[in-house]
Design a protein around this ligand. Structure first.
Ligand code: NAX
Ligand code: ADP
Ligand code: K
Length: 481
């Protein structure tokens, strides 16, 4: 599991450690880890040209100390001081003593074999200041290594409020920061290396699960299992107009670990033709047999209101997607008030905007603004609807009403294809029916769906939602190892 901590959490942990250690110890540890990563990135350190961009704080100090270590190994190190009057004095002294030099020549950026971005770290706010902005647009020859955080990226949120410096590698100290895991910030971080500096940290603000975390969680039948004990997932999706959404949601659900899939809706004929293993009925959720979880909304069209009301009236977990979300946004959180079982909402940013309008009673915010602030959006929705929220898009973020947040590290932009969300909804619903709680079901579904999308698009080929569903068993296999 990758754990990310907020600036406040990091500073608190740092304060405890600094009180025990001689001054400068933490920075020495950080600089040593940073220099070691740089040395691995360079074909050879001796004779390489390294440029340090040093801001006014400790982030600049780390970069200058790492520059000094590289200079001692024979690199030709130059430093641009973005705020010379407030530069980290000990860092600069170390660099100069090791043979490094200060420069004001921007051209060094394009000539460097490696650039260290020490402009700002966890003290940075509000994008790059004007004096640093030109570096974001300059041609580069070697990799840019961000010190702790790519400068200009908000460490706590991943928001990029102005210009930021795109890194090839980020060396993070002590822990990941949420902004390194969530787009748009994550896309500026490149490959993230973690350097242990000895911090003792509390529960992380954000988690990103990996194969091993998921393997421990995915349902598996035992000798005593039968199809009912494995869980039955109900799919209330599709309509005469959109039968495909029903087929795709069922395709996802059949590969999600439940023992049976029950379909309730207008596209029963198409569903059975494609998947004869499905139990079908023509009516809505109220008229269907028992299930352990409902998925409602994909392609439901005009039937969405009725299907949603019936599913929400049931005592089992309900996943609301697509047209179901549009319907829910009309009533707002009040529609969930009487529920006795958990609810999982799976909006993209357009649906998230409608859901927020359903809370405020005002015009929906712009979807692009919500995409730029994914963590805040998912948290707001989870709190307002008292439901778990899986916010789809370039980084899928999952927020539980109690405050837990997970971000999904798998996925590919190739998943942005019609119907892939329907597959995800079916898959997540199936995991809910198999007994996972909404946070785990959403985490596992996003992860497997993202892996399947990558597998199906391997080599950079377009994928269809059907192919994503077909790749799901392979994704389970990869996770299970
Ligand atoms: N907290 C820790 O546990 C450790 C921190 N270390 C380093 O210290 C860094 C934090 O240092 P600081 O607290 O001095 O903060 P920074 O170095 O991140 O920022 C310092 C100053 O930059 C200015 N600034 C803020 N936003 C800016 C912007 N957008 N553009 C230009 N200047 C801006 C402000 O005047 C601020 O005081 C970490 O990111 C890390 O690199 C490490 O040395 C080791 C341990
Ligand atoms: N830029 C992107 N990068 C990665 N994944 C994306 C991107 N855009 C969309 N996705 C993923 O593609 C899927 C699309 O779902 P959705 O928007 O509901 O589409 P549909 O309604 O057509 O099924 C989601 O899993 C979402 O997270
Ligand atoms: K930085």
């Amino acid at each position: 599991m990758r754990r990310a901590h907020t600036v406040q959490q990091v500073r608190a942990a740092e304060a405890v450690l600094m009180a025990r250690l001689p001054e400068g110890t933490l920075m020495q540890r950080a600089a040593a880890g940073l220099a070691a990563t740089c040395a691995r990135l360079l074909p050879r350190v001796y004779g390489s040209r390294v440029l340090v961009l040093a801001g006014s704080g400790d982030n600049g100090g780390d970069a200058l100390h790492a520059g000094a270590l590289l200079a001692r190994r024979g690199a030709s190190v130059r430093a641009v001081l973005l705020a010379p009057e407030r530069v980290h004095a000990a860092g600069l002294a170390a660099l100069l003593a090791a043979g490094g030099r200060v420069t004001a020549d921007q051209g060094e950026f394009g000539r460097a074999d490696l650039v260290l971005d020490g402009i700002v770290g966890i003290g940075g706010r509000g994008g790059l200041r004007p004096e640093a902005q030109p570096y974001a647009a300059l041609e580069r020859r070697g990799p840019v290594v961000a010190v702790d955080v790519p400068s200009g990226v908000d460490p706590d949120t991943g928001e990029v409020p102005g210009v930021a410096l795109r890194a090839d590698v980020t060396v993070a100290f002590g822990t990941y920061k949420p902004g390194l895991l969530v787009d748009p910030g994550a896309s500026y971080a490149g490959v993230v290396h973690l350097v242990d500096i000895g911090l003792t940290l509390p529960e992380p603000a954000v988690q990103a699960w990996q194969h091993a975390d998921l393997a421990a969680l995915l349902p598996a039948p035992s000798a005593e299992s039968d199809k009912y004990r494995r869980g039955v997932v109900g799919i209330a999706a599709g309509s005469a107009r959109y039968p495909g959404a029903a087929v795709l949601a069922v395709a996802g659900a059949l590969r999600g670990g439940a023992g049976a899939v029950r379909y309730a809706g207008r596209a029963a004929e198409e569903v059975v033709r494609r998947f004869p293993e499905t139990l079908v009925s023509e009516g809505g959720p109220a008229a269907a047999g028992r299930v352990q979880a409902w998925v409602v909304g994909p392609g439901s069209g005009e039937g969405a209101a009725q299907a949603l009301a019936e599913a929400l009236a049931s005592p089992v977990p309900v996943l609301v997607d697509a047209d179901g979300l549009t319907e829910l946004a009309r009533t707002g959180p009040a529609a969930l008030a009487g529920r006795t079982a958990p609810t999982l909402l799976t909006p993209h940013t357009g649906e998230a905007a409608r859901l927020l309008a359903g809370v405020s009673g005002q015009a929906p915010p712009a979807a692009d603004d919500l995409a730029a602030a994914r963590l805040a959006t998912a948290r707001r929705l989870a709190a307002a609807y008292r439901a778990t929220v899986l916010l789809k898009g370039s980084t899928t973020v999952i927020a539980a009403p109690g405050g837990a947040v997970r971000v999904n590290p798998t996925g590919t932009p190739w998943l942005a294809t019609a119907g892939s969300g329907d597959v995800l909804a079916g898959l997540a619903g199936s995991l809910l029916a198999a007994g996972l709680d909404p946070l785990d079901a959403a985490t596992a579904a996003a992860y497997l769906h993202g892996l399947a999308g990558r597998e199906a698009s391997a080599g950079g080929v377009p994928v269809t939602a059907t192919e994503v569903a077909r790749a799901l068993p392979g994704a389970w296999g990869a996770v299970r190892g």
